[in-house]
Design a protein around this ligand. Structure first.
Ligand SMILES: [Zn+2]
Length: 102
């Protein structure tokens, strides 16, 4: 009898501590993006949305552009001519830290 109770306590302790130490299950991790000439507006596991931004004067385009993530070490490259100051610049978005599920 004592043994049974003891083993029950052990099982309960394992279950409780297991629940406490197990982090919430995250199946998809959102990649960390590094953007030049753009600001990331929002992102989820599959897509991200950005606005082109002028590095010279800080003008941010009103148009929100959605895109899938570049594969592997790929980059998303584009250009942006600032309507405010007229500066032509590169837009580059790359994955700094890839999703663990890929
Ligand atoms: Zn500008």
């Amino acid at each position: 009898m004592k043994l049974t109770i003891a083993s029950l306590i052990v099982v309960a302790t394992v279950l409780i501590s297991g629940c406490k130490t197990t982090p919430p299950v995250v199946t998809t991790k959102t990649p960390v993006l590094s953007a030049t000439g753009a600001v990331i507006v929002k992102q989820d596991a599959k897509y991200f949305y950005y606005k082109k931004k002028c590095e010279a004067c800080g003008f941010t385009s009103k148009n929100q552009i959605g895109s899938g993530y570049p594969k592997g070490k790929g980059k998303l490259s584009s250009t942006f001519k600032c309507p405010k100051c007229g500066k032509n610049q590169k837009v580059q978005i790359e994955i700094k830290e890839a999703s663990t599920t890929n």
